[in-house]
Design a protein around this ligand. Structure first.
Ligand SMILES: *Cc1c(COP(=O)(O)O)cnc(C)c1O
Length: 358
């Protein structure tokens, strides 16, 4: 089966992890700090705080921003459920937003005015144009799980030019991996301190009362990244540009190869933006049949995502989502990852052509 996404791990990556295993420190330690510093420098943020996964990163961001009961947090319905559950985890109410069918993102100009926070999802890696937010709620969090390496006219996604916090995921299907892992970037010192406290049980050391003394000032979690994962992350980060270039070349090639098929290709990045290209989601008629035919042909296509408003956890839901519903009915993510070969890509396109001709 050709998967829709998979990691690229080479001998340098393996060597980096093995080196940590031979040392003294396995859990969060110097390699986490090194990874955080390299990541912050890459995206142009003052702070980067590593987490056990992208979901914990989003949860930590909501806690750090002091969101909770009585607050309304909006996010795009066309996303992974974690984009909404982070708000639910802190007791806030979720307001799901329909998408703009041109970008597949929420429409920044159509943001409701009665929100406390926005979790802006850069779907497939195309940045939401946050410079165009019609209205800025108290807190803006970016869910950039798809958008590591993406760029806007105001710089790299992660520099928080128009947000308070920006969250990343390093799950193996994402553009770079740590096995499981996540990161939050911010330019705010107080937010960074709260993020670090949240991932470490809410502990505050009280050294003035004795070397061992600490207090726990809030209910929190162990959401730490290990040094093993961080070493993999630093090694992967050094190859991010190669991964992005390869994804771009493959996406460009799909655009050409699919030109004569009854397929709608994903939106491209507008001038001044760089697409993160986590996914290559096309739109096709008779999606269920095409999905089944491609799976039978050994092509691991996937659907991103069942819209959050259709999930049981979201009921009862307020609003209607005609654009997301219509888009979801046709969505199909084709394989896109750095190690995908052109021969494999040709196989994907041939199988898709066969499925559409049935
Ligand atoms: C992958 C993903 C997450 C969660 O990341 P994990 O590292 O898997 O916890 C959150 N939001 C979106 C949009 C994602 O695609």
């Amino acid at each position: 089966m050709i998967p829709y996404g998979r990691q690229s791990v080479d001998d340098d990556d393996i060597g980096a992890v093995v080196g940590v295993l031979k040392g003294d420190w396995l859990t969060q330690g110097p390699h986490v700090t090194e990874f955080e510093d390299a990541f912050a420098a890459r995206v142009g943020a003052r702070h980067a705080v590593a987490f056990a996964n992208g979901t914990a990163a989003l949860h930590g961001a909501c806690v750090a921003a002091e969101l909770g009961p009585g607050h309304v947090v909006a996010t795009s319905t066309l996303s992974f459920v974690a984009s909404a559950n982070c708000a639910r985890c802190v007791g806030a109410d979720v307001r799901l937003l329909d998408i703009d069918p041109q970008t597949l993102n929420m429409d920044p100009r159509a943001l409701p005015t009665d929100l406390d926070a926005l979790v802006a999802v850069h779907y497939a890696g195309l940045p939401v144009d946050l410079a165009r937010l019609g209205h800025r709620p108290r807190v803006v969090i970016e869910d950039a799980a798809h958008a590591v390496g993406a760029i806007t006219p105001d710089g790299p996604v992660g520099n928080c030019a128009h947000s308070d916090l920006c969250c990343f995921s390093f799950h193996p299907v994402k553009t770079m991996t740590t096995g499981e892992g996540g990161m939050v970037t911010t330019n705010d010192d107080a937010l960074a301190a709260r993020l670090r406290r949240f991932r470490h049980h809410g502990i505050e050391p009280r050294p003035e009362q004795g070397g061992w003394v600490y207090d726990v000032v809030e209910l929190a979690y162990n959401a730490r990244l290990t040094d093993l994962q961080a070493a993999l992350g630093t090694s992967q980060l050094s190859k991010l540009d190669r991964f992005l270039d390869r994804r771009q070349a493959l996406a460009d090639r799909y655009d050409v190869l699919l030109a004569d098929l009854p397929v709608k290709c994903p939106p491209r990045a507008p001038t001044g933006f760089r697409h993160g290209l986590h996914l290559y989601p096309v739109r096709v008629a008779r999606r269920a049949e095409v999905y089944a035919a491609l799976r039978d042909a050994g092509i691991g296509v996937q659907v991103h995502y069942v819209p959050i408003h259709q999930l049981s956890v979201s009921q009862p839901v307020v609003g209607s989502f005609p654009n997301a519903d219509a888009t979801y009915a046709e969505l199909l993510s084709l394989p896109l990852f750095a190690d995908l070969t052109e021969t494999e890509q040709d196989e994907v396109v041939a199988a898709l052509g066969d499925a559409l001709a049935r």
